[in-house]
Ligand binder design. Structure first.
Ligand code: UVW
Length: 317
């Protein structure tokens, strides 16, 4: 009992020392962040930008018809966050007993379908305590058949101007460092170098170069990653994008340099501002060809009440 008390006291002393300073970011209170700028009942957040005007604006960027795929393949080389998995089992050659002997193949896949591979986050994915985007409550809107608010099946097609911010290119490296935090100055510098400005409703995509590790060195890919931190996320959120994406697993730097924070950009985007995230993008071709502006096209799977979707976005120019 004495030993337990001493151990507990030491642990408490350590955690008090670790948290002696205030965190560098705190989640805004419900009265500060709700109702959202899209209205108290809104469930679409940044997808409200998806209007015919967004399609027309993006279509103007299509000059040659070249399509560049932005998704990694779902298969044995995937990198996973945590305990996620993708187990595919083929069900081979059921032979239909008719004169034409038609064979039939299919597969069964065991996976977190909303959260693996190149992947789009909906607002049911992240919370502050029991509270989602627009201060909707998780425990009032969940059952075993899916989340009753923010279901990914409601997002629909996203067709808008895409902008690649090539931060790795701006810094003159193939790949940013293992836990490099992208700054506002990096974003501004890269955009200036590329002669681009952001517009409300853009699909804003950040090239870190980290995607080079995907399928090649997955343990390193998921152990940490370069990405945006809190200041850059707040700067980007103020630009009013349709989504924020990157060629790393959480869009943001991980671990956060502030050891008191766990993936704060997830909350800044999904919970506080209602901005979608797009992760594990394959950006090598886009970056290598120097494509900074394009028509971005993607549709999440119609998973009723899902928190997200594995996706296959494309860039068209
Ligand atoms: C979490 O689920 C926390 O991360 P991600 O959205 O990157 O999969």
């Amino acid at each position: 009992m004495k030993a337990f008390t001493l151990g507990a006291a030491i642990a408490l002393a350590f955690s008090a020392a670790a948290y002696a300073q205030a965190p560098t970011w705190t989640v805004p209170s419900e009265s500060q962040r709700c109702p959202s700028k899209w209205g108290a009942a809104d469930e679409r957040g940044s997808a409200n930008h998806q209007k015919p005007a967004a399609v027309m604006n993006a279509a103007k960027l299509i000059k040659t018809g070249e399509v560049i795929e932005l998704a990694h393949v779902l298969g044995p080389s995937m990198a996973f966050f945590g305990t996620r998995r993708f187990d595919m089992h083929t069900k081979r050659t059921f032979m239909n007993q008719f004169s034409n002997m038609r064979g039939s193949n299919e597969e069964i896949i065991i996976t977190e379908l909303g959260q693996v591979g190149t992947q789009f986050d909906g607002f049911a994915h992240q919370t502050h305590l029991n509270s989602w985007y627009n201060c909707q409550k998780v425990d009032e809107n969940s059952d075993r058949t899916g989340f009753k608010k923010f279901g990914i099946h409601n997002v629909g097609t996203l067709f808008t101007r895409g902008v690649l911010i090539d931060v790795a290119g701006f810094k003159g490296v193939e790949m940013l460092g293992d836990n490099y935090e992208i700054t506002v100055e990096d974003l501004e510098g890269a955009l200036k170098k590329q002669n681009l400005t952001l517009q409300p409703g853009d699909a804003v995509i950040i090239h870190t170069g980290w995607g080079k590790l995907y399928g090649k060195d997955n343990p390193r890919y998921v152990k940490s990653c370069p990405g945006i931190g809190v200041p850059a996320a707040l700067w980007l959120a103020a630009k009013d994008p349709m989504l924020l994406g990157a060629d790393n697993w959480p869009v943001e730097v991980s671990p956060n340099p502030d050891k008191q924070l766990s993936l704060p950009v997830h909350q800044i985007a999904l919970v506080v501002n209602g901005i979608h995230l797009l992760e594990n993008l394959k950006l090598d071709e886009l970056a290598q060809k120097g494509v900074g502006e394009f028509a971005f096209v993607m549709q999440p799977l119609k998973i009723q009440g899902g928190s997200g979707s594995t996706v296959s976005p494309i860039a068209v120019r």
